[in-house]
Design a protein around this ligand. Structure first.
Ligand SMILES: C[S@@+](CC[C@H](N)C(=O)[O-])C[C@H]1O[C@@H](n2cnc3c(N)ncnc32)[C@H](O)[C@@H]1O
Length: 338
């Protein structure tokens, strides 16, 4: 029995894919989990830059945007957000145009509720349960209406011209940590500024209220989320948008300030290494006179990484009144000294 669930489902018949034509893959993350699929007939959609690049490096045809083509079948890897999952399945049904749609997901990502919902919208074949998740194939009911499901992931306004959407970080409105950092930022920010992990642009908007900021570079790994920021902030010619992994982002001129509410999860797992990598990236990207402004939950252990990367680290909330650390770090150490 193959060890990964999709391969096992293909072997058992729970995943049924068409014998010919191009197959759409929505949201695949692990190239290893695609081993049993016909590689030359796959078209993967992965908007998150590090995952996209890993798939491309493993030889898969991958794009960040859902193509408007027709496919003979599709495989959907369930995202965490229920609305984003519904949008993905509805898109797969539309683009596979009557062909089978294989759905694979973890229990923690709602695969059981999705299975129940899909049983009312088509014929579901054998269900393979394995490794805390399920894989099955949907033959969509030709009469089912998917309009509301596909609309579930559409952008929604959150005020000040900004937009968010299901699946984005803090999809319901501003994150409290970002709100705390926005109000702790100095009134006078100037020159070239970067927002690492910019999301849909909440902190970026606060930065752009400073008239002396000449350029603001939004660096965001998720293409779909960066597009939301683009819609919300493109009217400001100082905003530049980069679909990039912030930990590898390069910039020749250097920044006067870096602002970040760094991610600290990979999937559902807390991973402070990601935040530490953002701190190192900020030190590398700053000019010698520049400063990093960072917010983090109090429990996250960033002190050593900050002290290694910066000669000066100040607490912007010395009374520790709030649930977040608000940090200003300056005098980035040269790479050899970090
Ligand atoms: C904690 S959220 C902050 C979002 C936004 N700045 C805000 O304050 O609402 C972190 C953001 O970093 C993005 N992200 C995760 N890993 C990344 C990476 N390697 N490079 C760039 N962005 C990343 C996530 O998609 C998410 O939008």
């Amino acid at each position: 029995m193959p060890t990964d669930r999709l391969s096992a489902a293909l072997a058992s018949g729970a995943a049924l894919l068409p014998p010919e034509g191009v197959i759409l893959l929505l949201n695949p993350v692990d190239p290893g989990a695609l081993a049993a699929l016909p590689r030359d007939r796959l078209r993967a959609v992965q908007p998150v830059r590090p995952d996209h690049d890993a798939l491309a490096a493993a030889g898969f045809a991958v794009t960040p945007l859902v193509p408007d083509d027709r496919f003979t079948g599709a495989v959907v890897f369930l995202p965490r957000s229920r609305a984003a999952a519904r949008m993905a399945v509805a898109r797969a049904v539309r683009l596979a145009a009557g062909g089978p749609v294989v759905v694979d997901g973890q229990k923690t990502d709602g695969i059981d509720a999705m299975l129940r919902d899909l049983r009312t919208r088509g014929r579901v074949g054998e269900v393979l349960s394995k490794a805390h998740g399920k894989t099955f194939t949907l033959a969509p009911d030709p009469g089912a209406d998917w309009t509301a499901w596909e609309a579930a992931g559409q952008p929604v306004a959150v005020g000040d011209g900004l937009l968010t959407a299901a699946g984005a970080f803090s999809a319901d409105g501003p994150d409290p940590a970002s709100v705390a950092l926005a109000s702790a930022l100095p009134a006078r920010l100037s020159g070239r500024v970067a927002d690492l992990g910019a999301g849909w642009g909440y902190l970026s908007r606060a930065i752009l209220t400073r008239p002396e900021v000449t350029e603001l570079h939004l660096v965001e790994a998720d293409h779909a989320v960066l597009d939301l920021a683009r819609l919300g902030l493109a009217h400001d010619p100082r905003a530049r948008f980069h679909w990039a992994d912030a930990t590898r982002f390069a910039d020749a001129q250097g920044f006067d300030a870096v602002v970040t509410n760094p991610p600290f999860h990979r999937g559902r797992t807390t991973d402070p290494d990601l935040g530490r990598a953002f701190i190192r990236a900020a030190a590398r990207l700053l000019r010698p006179s520049g400063a990093l402004f960072l917010v983090a939950n109090r429990h996250l252990p960033y002190e050593a990484a900050l002290a290694e990367a910066f000669a000066e680290v100040a607490d912007l909330d010395p009374g520790h009144r709030g649930p977040f650390k608000l940090i200003r770090a300056s005098r980035p150490r040269p790479p050899a000294r970090r």
